[in-house]
Design a protein around this ligand. Sequence first.
Ligand SMILES: [Zn+2]
Length: 267
Amino acid sequence: MITFFSLAAFIFGSAIGSFLNVLTLRLPEEESLGGRSHCPSCKHILSSSDLVPLFSFLWLRGKCRYCKTKISARYFMVELATALLFAWVYAALLPESIFGIVILIRYWFVAAVFVSVFVIDLEHFVILDKMVLLSSIVVASINIILSIIAGSSVFSINGLFISGLVGAVAGFLPFYALWFVSKGKWLGFGDVKFALLLGLILGWPQIYVGYFFAIMIGGFVSSILLIFTKKSLKSRLPFGTFLTVGAFLAMLYGPLFLKWYLAFLGF
Ligand SMILES: [Zn+2]
C-alpha cells in the first residue's frame, strides 16, 4: 500500500510540476495563467497529448511535435523534481489521520512553493512578493486549522500558529540586519521577505536549522563553483534557491536533527 500511495503521490506531483512550469514561466513576465500552452518557438497550441507530465517529453524525445525545435530540459526537470518531492514527503510522513493528511497537504503546498521560488530565483534572481504574500496567508491558515484539529487553542504558546509567528520574527530579524548593514549587497530584500514565510513554515526554533542547512549547502555549492568554473566571489548566487533546499530538509528532518545536535552538545 505504501508503494501504491507513493506512486500516486509521484504522479500527482508530476501534474503539479507541469502546472509549476507554466506558473514559473509566466508569473515573472506578468503573463496571465489562463492562456493555452504553446510552443515558444513555432507558437503552435499544444494538444493534451503533448502535455502529459514527464511522458510527453520522453515520448517526443525533447522536441516540439510540430517544428522539431528542442524543448528546454527545464520542463522535464521541474516535473520530475516536483514528483520526487511529493513522493518523498508522503513516504516521510505516512499520514494515518485527518491531522496527518492536513500536514501532508501543508508539506506538499510548501514543496510546490519551494520549487517555484527555486526556479524563479535561479532564472531571474528575484523572489516574487505576491508569491511570498499569498503563500504566507495559506501557511498561516493551515497552521490555524491544524491547531483546531489538534484540539488546542489557536493562541496556545506551544501551538503551530504561535510557533510560526515566533519563527517568522526570528527568521526575519537576522536577515534584515544583514541586509541593512550591507546596504543590500549580501542579500536582496526579497530574501528578507522570504524569511518571514520560512519562519511561518518552519516555526521556532526549526527556522535556524533551516538557515544552518542553507548556509552549509550554499557554502558547499559556492566552493564547487569557485573551484570548477570561472565564477568569482563577486558573482551573484541565488541565495533563495539554497534557502528553499535548506528549509525543505529542515521541514522534514529539523526536529530529528535538533535532537541529535543537542545530544551531541551534551544537553
Ligand atoms: Zn514548435
